[in-house]
Design a protein around this ligand. Structure first.
Ligand SMILES: Nc1ncnc2c1ncn2[C@@H]1O[C@H](COP(=O)(O)OP(=O)(O)O)[C@@H](O)[C@H]1O
Ligand SMILES: [Mg+2]
Length: 273
């Protein structure tokens, strides 16, 4: 099977990108896949949430062509899973704060948005899934994620104004497809932080559904304090609270993503605004 490279992107901060990369990555590994998660955010939340605290070679060095991608991979399987199935594993390409400088240092490079794709080229076939955690902007780092990707997953928070910004994201995706990466085929929208106690959340889900019907994953991620706690323990939710609702939801999402890959979503509308 060809590697599926999923850029997890939304220029809004705090919508659940990093949480989704860690949890979905762990859930895919739990299904027996070899998974690589790439931290492309200078805040390095994904890196610390998987228990990696020391500065290491990482995404910055790959983008600057100062390190081979494979030399940056850290095996974080034991931080992600209690029970590791045959064949399942998760590796991390970590971020460090110097990643913030990449945007400026690459400003005049003509191929600045293709550096991650280039860096991964020799190693990507070793993985079934690569998930890229993008920063909350549509700058060079996010573009590197989108250019390397075969698919985009955009978490959408179940809150008032959830749709704000999605139009801009869809416009960016269209331009990336036209100019930089025609292979960017699929867009998935994932509703996150759903709080059943508020009627608001249900209304938001319905509103997004009327606009983006087929793009929305059936799996909705609930708001649970366990998901917010897991990062400070350096563990994925599947290791920290495997029996809880958060882990359950991300396991369901992993199965859905896997099934969408097999069936394809060719019938779904192109990511256009
Ligand atoms: N489903 C959820 N339930 C509760 N808290 C969540 C959930 N998803 C994310 N969070 C918390 O919300 C904050 C923002 O999430 P994060 O994944 O870091 O967003 P982003 O990467 O888009 O900025 C974090 O503190 C995270 O722990
Ligand atoms: Mg983040």
């Amino acid at each position: 099977m060809a590697t599926r490279v999923i850029a997890v992107a939304n220029q809004k901060g705090g919508v659940g990108k990093t949480t989704t990369v860690a949890a979905l990555g762990a859930a895919l590994a739990a299904r027996g896949h070899r998974v690589l998660v790439v931290d492309a955010d200078p805040q390095a939340n994904l890196t610390s949430s998987l228990g990696v605290t020391k500065d290491r070679l990482g995404t910055y060095d790959v983008l600057m062509r100062a390190a081979a991608a494979a030399s940056t991979f850290i095996d974080v399987t034991s931080a992600a899973l209690r029970v590791v199935p045959d064949g399942g594993s998760i590796h991390l390409m970590p971020a460090s704060p110097d990643l913030a400088g990449a945007e400026v240092e690459l400003a005049t490079a003509h191929d600045r948005t293709a550096r991650l794709r280039e860096g991964l080229r020799d190693d990507v076939h070793r993985f079934g899934y690569v998930l890229v955690d993008c920063p909350p902007s549509l700058g060079t780092l996010t573009l590197n994620g989108l250019v390397a990707a075969t698919e985009v997953l955009a978490p959408v928070q179940c809150e008032y104004l959830a749709l704000e910004g999605l139009t801009q994201l869809l416009g960016t995706l269209r331009r990336v497809r036209e100019r930089l990466n025609p292979g960017l085929a699929h867009l998935h929208l994932a509703m996150t932080m759903f709080d059943a106690r508020t009627g608001l959340a249900q209304g938001v889900v319905e509103e997004v559904r009327t606009h983006f019907a087929d793009l929305i994953l059936r799996t909705t991620i609930p708001r649970t304090v366990r998901l917010a706690e897991a990062p400070s323990h350096g563990q994925s939710i599947l290791r920290y609270d495997p029996a809880g609702r958060g882990a359950e939801a991300y396991r369901t999402m992993a199965a859905e993503i896997e099934a969408r890959g097999v069936a394809g979503i060719a019938g779904a509308p192109a990511p256009e605004s």
